[in-house]
Ligand binder design. Structure first.
Ligand SMILES: Cc1cc2nc3c(=O)[nH]c(=O)nc-3n(C[C@H](O)[C@H](O)[C@H](O)COP(=O)(O)O)c2cc1C
Length: 358
């Protein structure tokens, strides 16, 4: 309700300015204890994925809380998990503004932020200050990337550095190799480069596991623009190198569904409604090939409870939202959980729920 009232004002501002205003207002409401009144109470729908117990399967996708400073405030909207980041080893400003655009007719966004963030040291300090969401059982994923000025041949060093920095404070780590806004980043998804990256990451994890006495799950986030044929190949590499989940998908560079609309020709990644079909298809291709070997976190164009159910039916164990949250507000979290709950009730007599239960 509150969000419905605020939305016209927010949508009259530049998209990135509105985003920053919303985050700081949320943070303020949270700090003053007001967020409690609007926070959604969602009854649990437990699910165990990557060895972690999620209170329910609906999370916030990476990119909304890039600095890790708003985990508790955003957590008060009822998310089962929050993925903060993408963080890079060193601070960087991202691309020149304007770099975020709304396409309201399609309930979509285009962004080319380019991993604007304050660097891993600052990020982890902020994450450590945020305890309330986790103390209530919320799961926190930390999403890592590479600096724009690190040559792609040295990408592994950036990912290793970030992994070391975030390891002890993450419930899971997400490895982002699929943002379209960092030059050549997506080439890391090619079979040869992926194998080298994953070998390095699992070596690094082994030594971190010895050092901290715990194995933190790693999920790899892939693009929707991969050719269908390369999806099973990527899935095989992830299993082979002991990864714990695949996150599908990031934003798309395709524009076929928004052609002719204002801002459609801006470069960057398109998210929201135009992504629904392709992101669902990638989840379906992964699930068909993996046959349960690796859990799938479904993200991209989940704009309603029905979309969340479709993504679970396609094979996801968890779902994440971003653009839907911008267009519909916190109600979408509850809608998704309730739609998944209804679906599970409907199929709960034999053969039983397909999601692994906590
Ligand atoms: C403004 C914006 C910034 C984003 N930043 C990141 C990021 O830093 N790291 C990342 O892995 N994904 C990032 N994403 C991608 C989202 O996490 C998500 O994968 C994508 O938007 C598709 O989901 P949606 O259609 O629900 O938005 C970003 C998306 C948007 C719209």
């Amino acid at each position: 309700m509150l969000y419905t009232l605020a939305r016209p004002l927010l949508f009259s501002l530049d998209a990135e300015a509105a985003h920053e205003l919303t985050l700081s207002a949320l943070q303020r409401a949270y700090d003053l204890g007001i967020a409690r009144w609007v926070a959604k109470r969602i009854s649990p729908l437990p699910v165990r994925v990557m060895g972690l117990n999620f209170q329910h399967p609906v999370g916030l996708a990476a990119g909304l809380d890039k600095t890790g400073a708003h985990i508790d405030a955003l957590g008060s909207f009822g998310f089962g998990f929050i993925e903060a980041g993408t963080v890079t080893p060193r601070p960087q400003p991202g691309n020149p503004k304007p770099r975020m655009f709304r396409l309201p007719r399609s309930h979509a966004l285009i962004n080319r932020l380019g991993f604007n963030n304050e660097g891993a040291d600052h990020f982890i300090d902020r994450v450590r200050q945020q305890r309330a969401f986790r103390d209530r059982g919320g799961i926190v994923g930390l999403n890592i990337g590479k600096n724009a000025d690190t040559p792609i041949e040295h990408a592994l060093e950036d990912y290793r550095m970030c992994l070391r920095r975030v390891y002890d404070d993450a419930d899971y780590v997400a490895v982002n190799i699929s943002s379209p806004n960092t030059t050549e980043l997506r080439s890391l998804q090619s079979v040869r480069q992926l194998a080298a990256l994953l070998t390095g990451l699992s070596d690094e994890r082994k030594s971190l596991q010895d050092r901290y006495g715990k194995r933190v799950p790693i999920a790899v986030k892939i693009a929707p623009d991969l050719a269908d044929a390369s999806v099973p190949e990527i899935a095989d590499r992830l299993v082979e190198h002991g990864m714990d989940a695949v996150i599908a998908t990031n934003t798309t560079t395709a524009r076929d569904k928004v052609r002719g609309q204002k801002h459609a020709d801006e470069s960057g990644g398109l998210s929201g409604r135009p992504l629904t079909e392709r992101a669902t298809r990638i989840v379906y291709l992964l699930a068909r090939h993996l046959q349960g070997a690796l859990p799938i976190i479904g993200v991209g164009g989940i704009m309603s409870g029905a979309d969340a159910v479709d993504r679970i039916r396609a094979g996801a164990s968890l779902v994440q939202i971003y653009t839907g949250f911008i267009y519909s507000g916190p109600q979408l979290v509850a809608d998704c959980v309730e739609a998944i709950r209804d679906e599970e009730c409907a199929v709960s007599s034999p053969p039983g729920p397909t999601r692994p239960r906590a």
